[in-house]
Design a protein around this ligand. Structure first.
Ligand SMILES: [Zn+2]
Length: 186
């Protein structure tokens, strides 16, 4: 920009031979910034994200899917979900005898509710707490932490903890965007 200002200040005292140079410089600058804008747009569009199916709130980055398998899973299938290959989908049964599919992620924006529970629930040796959507409070699943990582009702380590999320309550951001209807022009 300093170069351009210098050129402009000298422009009046110079001949018109500077005009082509200025045009070339402006063209180069505009081209650079427009390419950056395209890069940002494409990056944000290429990455899928796990959303709350109820309200669309961001819930988890698919790169944190970590396939923590429960010994009580009745069926385990592997699929490509949220742009991630080899996602383990576990069929589990809750205490009310209702079956549901679930995945696990290492990190999620899921609000923990109630106190730590020690009653075994799909992962022996783990304490757990339910978690709900930060926005609409819909129940999404449970946060599991090894008993050895909890001292005085507080988590002392987090690298072995994970979230178990009910698949039926999730939706991918890409798929969600594809459902946006375009209004008809009357
Ligand atoms: Zn929600």
């Amino acid at each position: 920009m300093v170069i351009i200002a210098t050129l402009i200040s000298n422009f009046r005292s110079s001949s018109f031979t500077l005009l082509p140079i200025l045009i070339i410089l402006f063209t180069a600058i505009i081209s650079t910034y427009s390419h950056r804008a395209i890069d940002i747009f494409e990056t944000s569009n290429n990455q899928d994200y796990i959303l709350c199916r109820e309200c669309g709130e961001h819930l988890a980055d698919p790169k944190y899917i970590n396939n923590q398998l429960s010994p009580l899973a009745q069926v385990i299938s592997h699929k490509t979900l949220f742009d991630q290959k080899g996602v383990s989908i576990q069929l589990l049964t809750n205490p009310l005898k209702i079956k549901f599919d679930a995945i696990t992620v290492a990190h999620a924006d899921c609000t923990l509710v109630r106190n730590w529970q020690s009653t075994p629930l799909w992962y022996p040796g783990y304490y757990w707490r339910p978690c709900v959507c930060t926005q609409c409070k819909h129940h999404h699943g449970w946060y599991f932490v090894p008993k050895t990582d909890i001292t005085s009702n507080r988590v002392t380590r987090t690298d072995r903890s994970f979230y178990l999320l009910k698949l039926e309550n999730l939706i991918g951001e890409k798929f969600s965007n594809s459902l946006v209807a375009i209004p008809k022009i009357l």
